[in-house]
Design a protein around this ligand. Sequence first.
Ligand SMILES: Nc1ncnc2c1ncn2[C@@H]1O[C@H](COP(=O)(O)OP(=O)(O)O)[C@@H](O)[C@H]1O
Ligand SMILES: [Mg+2]
Length: 322
Amino acid sequence: MPRIYVIHENDAWVEPLRKAFAELGLPYSEWFVAEGRLDLGSAPPQGVFYNRMSASSHTRGHRYAAELTGGVLAWLESHGRRVVNNGRALQLEISKVAQYGALARHGIRVPHTIAAVGRDAIVEAAKGMRGRFITKHNRAGKGLGLKLFDYVDALSRYFDVAEFEDSVDGVTLIQQYIEAPAPFITRVEFVGGEFLYAVRVDTSLGFELCPADACQVGDAFCPVGESASASAPRFRIIDGFTHPIVDRYRRFLADNGIGIAGIEFITDRSGELHTYDVNTNTNYNADAERDAGKSGMRAIAAYLGRELRALEAAPVPERAAA
Ligand SMILES: Nc1ncnc2c1ncn2[C@@H]1O[C@H](COP(=O)(O)OP(=O)(O)O)[C@@H](O)[C@H]1O
Ligand SMILES: [Mg+2]
């Protein structure tokens, strides 16, 4: 019997999804890809494969999990398997350069960004920025490598006094800092390619913004534990969010093999939206969802359940042996 397979490398993030599968009585298995083996001569099982590989997997000691997943997805796709967040989606997950190119193709504004490898190239790139700028890792998640600089000399000085932390893929992004009139960003969640909800995230405490509950309790790299204030939750689902950008995001996702994602934007002083992060491995904030009476993981489970039923109705033929 076909089932749902969840490809991932972080147990904590899958816990809420396990609950949702159990509630809906859906058959699923987990494929933990921190390390593993892939026999290219074998055929994959029948099923719906949901890829939850994360850009930050290397920070959990899983240095090659994304590379292994790339192989797994190529193998699944070569057998015509139904993959939610496919190999193209993974490419975007682990490269903001790839994300920005794909977003721009869909008429979505991204911040002015220069990618650079090597100290001299990074400093040179910073000279091309107007106003304040940030550095960030090309392969990031959890705000890796995020630093705000007021001017180029500050960046050069930083190189002199501190150990510059390179992106795991060696590519640093130098990016225009978007000045927001109020300290928040908006993250728009999609499941099954459709808009689910938008969540407003308070950024007054800093840059790191992983909404997963697991990050809020233990992850030293994801210090989102404290609330900005007792009265203002850090994450708040916006009631009835509508904006023309939602349609553009939807087309961008469909065009890039992404069924499930959270896309982040900042609104500047003139009301212009700047999109800067696509999370194909998305997590949801439990407090915000409780307040709004919504559940992203339940929406994901229900969507994967529908995909599974569609597969049962029209099974994928096995590939003939060469
Ligand atoms: N260009 C920018 N201008 C202002 N703030 C930014 C910009 N890019 C990122 N940030 C802030 O840093 C956070 C993390 O950056 P992001 O690109 O989402 O990296 P990650 O993939 O590590 O989450 C964002 O949520 C936002 O608060
Ligand atoms: Mg982000």
